[in-house]
Every structure is written in C-alpha cells, then in structure tokens.
Design a protein around this ligand. Sequence first.
Ligand code: IPD
Length: 268
Amino acid sequence: MVHLRDTLRRVAVRVATEAAELVETTRRSAVRHVETKSSATDPVTAGDRAAERLVRERLAELRPGDPVLGEEEGAGGSGAADGAVTWVVDPIDGTVNYLYGLPWYSVSVAAQVDGVTVAGAVVEPASGRVWSAARGEGATLDDVPLRASTASELELTLVATGFAYRQERRAQQTGVIARLLTEIRDIRRTGSAALDLCMVGAGWVDAYFEVGLSPWDWAAGSLIAEEAGAVVHLPGTGELGNAVFASAPGVADPLRRLLVDAGLPGVR
Ligand code: IPD
C-alpha cells in the first residue's frame, strides 16, 4: 500500500504540475471567456475547463480506468469499486483570484480510496510551488517537510477562512466572523481553500475553517495539513457538521468550541 500511495503522489504532482503550466500560459487569453455557475459571483473560465480536460487526459494515460470527479465536468466513468482509486480534481481553486491576476490560485489533484484521500498535490501556477502528501508519508512544500504551527493560545491564533458564493450563506457567516475577531489574533482570506489548508500545514496560518465546500476544494489540501500534524475535520465527521476544519493541535479544541458557540452555519 505504501508503494501505491507513493506512486499516486507522484502521479498527482506530475498531472497537477502540467495543468498548472497550462493554466499559467493560457491565463491572459482564457480569462476573457468568463461564465458563471452557482451565482453571478461564481466564475468559470476557459482556463478551468482546459486544465480539467488536460488532467482527465493525463490521468487516463497514467491511471487508465480510474474514475475522476472534477469541479467542471463532475463524475466521469461508472464510479469506483471498493478499494479502487478515484481522482478528485479542482483545475483552478481560487478562480476569482485567477480572474483578477492575484497569485493565490492552485491546481488540486487528490487520489481517494473508499472516500479517504491517500495522496494529493496542490500546485500554484503563479509561483510554481508544489505542495504534496501521501498518507502516512508526510507532507512537503517543494520537497521540504512541513509542520503545522505550535500555536497554543487562542487569542494569538491566526485563522484563515473563506466565504460561500451565495449571499444568504454569507449573511450567516458574518456573525461567526464578528465573534471570532474579538477572540483571536486575526483572520486571513486568500480565496483558495486548497492553499488555505496547505498554509495550515506550513504554519503560515494556525488554523482554517470553511462551510459549504465541495470535495475538490479540500481533498488534497486536507491531507497535506493532516500529514503536517494538523488536527483535521472533514464534512460529516464530527461536531463541526459540514465544515472543513484544520488547526495546529495546540489550539484545535478551544477554536472548535468557539466556532460551535459562535453558531457556525451547518453545525446546529
Ligand atoms: C473557491 C475557493 C474559495 C472558497 C470557496 C470555493 P473555486 O473555489 O476555494 O477560497 O472560499 O468556497 O468555492 O470556486 O475558486 O474553485
């Protein structure tokens, strides 16, 4: 199994890196072709579509027969048999940043077995940074091992988060943010959930939470955070309802309690 995870990690890195190169070289022309998805503020560009097509083609060559779940084209193939590998792909996580020329967008490619991520890569087209992990094998940024922060005091905790595209969900989220801001060091919002999770793994922020994400947003990044020693909760796995949560171990309990107490949407 270790050998398989290493192989899947290498495939994820290779495919995500190729897609990241395509995303970057096509950025200027691609961003002119913008459509919207769940709401008027939820964009999809030709870059998203081209990158997902490339990922699907490369995975079909390197891992023939593995089903692929992608943000733009949904589930391909007939679904995975028990114990088989499924690929979960976000061709551009942080599409709004991509659209505006802000550098925080990423290609996220994860391999899951029975719904659990076993290997993944997050590649940043603008900087070329490569984040990756295999379950039980640790996480790295450009081959340097990652470690979550040693934060231990809630009031000194730097927390990343993100907001839904739907305005009614945002209205609920503002109450949680207002409460949090009075009890922690500060909030960061990069605009890429995959990168937020990687940043927890690197200790660049102490924690991250968000509600309403899709599997392609968190599949690779959550493993990278977990393998770097962060405490990770995925949707449907605990008291945080449908939230994704990743935290330095020293502040995970008080932060989780604060989020529940603040009425994080989807928790009660
Ligand atoms: C979005 C980003 C953002 C998060 C949103 C996601 P997309 O993904 O990850 O940070 O706050 O909830 O939908 O649309 O750029 O792939």
